[in-house]
Design a protein around this ligand. Sequence first.
Ligand code: HEC
Length: 159
Amino acid sequence: MMKTCKLCWGANVLLIGVVAFAAYTLILGKPAEMAEDGRTSIKMTAAEKDFVLGEMRGFLETVQAITADAAENNLEGVAETALAAGMGSTGGEPVTLIAKLPLEFKSLGMSTHQAFDDLAATATDTGDMDAVLGSLSDLMLNCTSCHASYRFDTDESGS
Ligand code: HEC
């Protein structure tokens, strides 16, 4: 006869609880507070802020390169540059940072990477530079609306 392992049940329930909580905080992020300038302040360590701002400068470089290609009517260049900032470029973010980002922020960030993939597809499929510039303008509404809503602040307590 098998003995019921009460301790195992307890450990399992505890484990499920811990995993569920970790998933919950990772997906939802921390509740953020309002800064004096009216934007939502996302608190992180100085190193995390350096990391995410570095990604941002990468976004700006991408947008610059796309407009340069567009000015030369180089659709292939546009597609190549846009793809490099697409969904394929995500995944390097530290988990500790992801857990600090509000859900809405994360989805806006992801949809921006997706929009670069869509831009590449527009360049390749339509061959129409006006359509490409229209998509780029739409994509950049993600940049401007996120910047209007959020700011990063450091919180050296770390969590
Ligand atoms: C999901 C939100 C979000 C999206 C989307 C986003 N940004 Fe940002 N970005 C931020 C935040 C927050 C900051 C910090 C602003 C602050 O603290 O004042 C920032 C900062 C920056 C900076 C300053 C970097 C530095 O070194 O200080 C640049 C440049 C930038 N973003 C470019 C872009 C561009 C270009 C896009 C679109 C292709 C973009 N961002 C999309 C949230 C976003």
